[in-house]
Ligand binder design. Structure first.
Ligand SMILES: NC(=O)c1ccc[n+]([C@@H]2O[C@H](COP(=O)([O-])OP(=O)(O)OC[C@H]3O[C@@H](n4cnc5c(N)ncnc54)[C@H](OP(=O)(O)O)[C@@H]3O)[C@@H](O)[C@H]2O)c1
Length: 245
């Protein structure tokens, strides 16, 4: 069993929703944290909350649209941390619309954040993860397995993210690195609030209370990483238990 006080987790999308909840859970477990996002006020608030568990926490403002900022992150990371044990890709973009009329700009945004940025960030950090025989976790989506109407763009990027994870796993298991895709159903986060608005739902609060909670997804990840090294979770579906909609 690894000494967790030396273990470092880097989480994208740490400023909000599922990424924030994962950060809190990992701090509770004793991981040092590197938080990534664009909204500095929110990152500061996650830093304050997670430092309450007595772990070292740094945040970096990184816009995942920028390849340069992703490349530069490694040097900044290594100024503060000696090693990287867990890389969690939670940052995400969402838009919905009929294929007939959906905008290509929206598609490009989702390709960049949901697919290209996790690919590049993994490439940049992979030697560090290999050094520690670490873990890479991709927050995918139930839409990545089953594309409903109006989800063509988002679902396509998440399908692609699964392909990236599957191929990577086949490449790095031999180096002792585990790769997991998590496929949450609707989860009560700011992103889901926007989805409910796009769907013109009137009973948003009631629905959000019945959905999967971000802390539920974080609990799932805590289980995945706690498994003995004889086991690897490759793909894990987690969905709301009660019918919310
Ligand atoms: N909520 C759901 O129902 C649901 C279901 C299945 C899967 N998911 C997936 O779960 C993941 C987390 O989503 P969430 O629901 O927690 O959404 P959220 O609360 O809206 O959080 C999205 C996160 O992505 C970050 N992000 C977006 N664009 C970025 C960029 N250009 N550069 C850097 N960071 C960026 C945001 O950071 P800043 O705001 O600081 O830029 C934020 O921290 C996503 O991959 C999403 O696809 C969500």
């Amino acid at each position: 069993m690894r000494n967790l006080s030396d273990s470092v987790a880097l989480i994208t999308g740490a400023s909000s929703g599922i990424g924030r909840a994962i950060s809190v859970k990992l701090a509770h477990l004793g991981y040092k944290l590197c938080l990534i996002g664009r909204n500095v006020e929110k990152l500061k608030s996650v830093k304050a909350e997670t430092e309450g568990y007595g772990v070292e926490v740094k945040y970096f403002k990184v816009d995942l649209y920028s390849d340069r900022e992703i490349y530069d992150l490694k040097e900044k990371f290594l100024e503060h941390f000696d090693n990287l044990d867990i890389l969690i890709h939670s940052a995400g973009e969402f838009s919905m619309g009929y294929l007939e009329s959906a905008s290509l700009d929206d598609f490009d945004r989702q390709i960049q954040i949901n697919m290209r940025a996790p690919f590049l960030l993994t490439q940049v950090m992979l030697d560090l993860i290999k050094n520690r025989k670490g873990e890479i976790i991709f927050i995918n989506s139930s839409a990545g397995l089953n594309a409903r109407a109006k989800f063509s763009q988002y679902a396509a990027t998440k399908h692609a993210l699964k392909a990236i994870a599957d191929s990577l796993r086949d490449e790095v298991n031999i180096a002792g690195v585990r790769v997991t895709s998590i496929f949450p159903g609707r989860t009560a986060t700011p992103m889901q609030e926007k989805v409910l608005e796009m769907e013109a739902r009137t009973d948003k609060e009631k629905i959000m209370a019945r959905l999967l909670q971000p802390s539920d997804v974080a609990e799932v990840i805590a289980h995945v990483i706690s498994l003995p090294r004889t086991a690897e979770v490759t793909d894990l579906i987690v969905r709301p238990f009660q019918k919310a909609i």
